[in-house]
Design a protein around this ligand. Structure first.
Ligand code: ZN
Ligand code: ZN
Length: 266
């Protein structure tokens, strides 16, 4: 996969932000807030590149930290947590390891709160603020920008980033999409859903095979044609209210409806 140099883009924004902050005047500090917002976005995009093969296609069209990090959390519950990466000899019980460094990430809470704070400085005061005089002071904006600079600077202090460790199922859907799904990130009864077309895949285990081999099976529902009684198979993700199904043999059409069934024998 061709990776964009998003970290460099983030770094360039960050350097510009610091220069603007150093000027210290009100307008420079406001422009610094814009650069800091870009820096945050690029850093999160960079992390997202390492999750791209697990995420729905639409995820990369999003751009707020809250949306982006939330998407990553759906496939990895630790996606917004920093971690230490270390290597240990095989079968070691935690002794004799070598620490490579820390993968420092924004938490969802911090990123959302601070991105919104920066956004608040990037529009003109509204009439309510102007009438009431309840405006963001230059000191407040400067203080917030400096707080955010410290956090981002800490991210750049580590050369470990973009880790996405786990045990994955690797699939190729009939639609052509290759994708990964982390073990433990879904319930097996829900199946593995293609991030592109929504097809549901079930894991089929061969318990008799050495090493517990498995394969994937597209989840389908058997429908016996009401006219010619031919077996038809419908993809489970395509079943919806009002959908028309055409028999593959005789062309007979039926419509999916919801029906009520009387229980308790009454
Ligand atoms: Zn698909
Ligand atoms: Zn038929």
């Amino acid at each position: 996969m061709c990776k964009l140099n998003l970290r460099s883009l983030a770094e360039a924004c960050f350097v510009r932000a610091k220069k603007l902050i150093a000027k210290g005047d009100e307008y420079s500090v406001r422009y610094a807030c814009l650069e800091l917002r870009f820096a945050m976005e690029y850093l999160i995009y960079q992390q997202m590149e390492y999750y791209k093969d697990e995420l729905p296609d639409d995820a990369i069209k999003k751009w707020t930290p809250r949306q982006l990090i939330s998407e990553m959390l759906t496939v990895d519950p630790y996606a917004d947590q920093s971690s230490t990466i270390a290597i240990y000899p095989e079968k070691s019980s935690g002794e004799g390891g070598y620490r490579l460094g820390d993968d420092k990430r924004f938490t969802l809470k911090w990123a959302n709160k601070n991105y919104n704070a920066l956004s608040n400085f990037l529009h003109a005061a509204n009439l309510h603020q102007l009438y009431s005089g309840n405006l963001h002071s230059h000191e407040n904006i400067l203080e917030k920008a400096q707080d955010i600079i410290k956090v981002i600077e800490d991210k750049f202090s580590s050369h470990i980033f973009g880790n996405n460790l786990g045990v994955f199922y690797n699939l190729e859907c009939l639609c052509g999409r290759k994708f990964n799904r982390r073990q433990g990130s879904f319930r097996e009864e829900d199946g593995i859903i293609c991030p592109s077309c929504g097809a549901i895949h079930d894991i089929v285990r061969d318990d008799t095979a050495i090493g517990g081999k498995f394969s994937y099976k597209r989840r389908q529902i058997l429908y016996k044609c009401l006219s010619c009684e031919t077996d038809n198979y419908i993809d489970a993700h395509k079943i919806s209210f009002g959908k028309i199904i055409v028999c593959t043999k005789c062309g007979n059409k039926v419509k999916i409806i919801f029906a009520l069934e009387q229980l308790n024998g009454k």
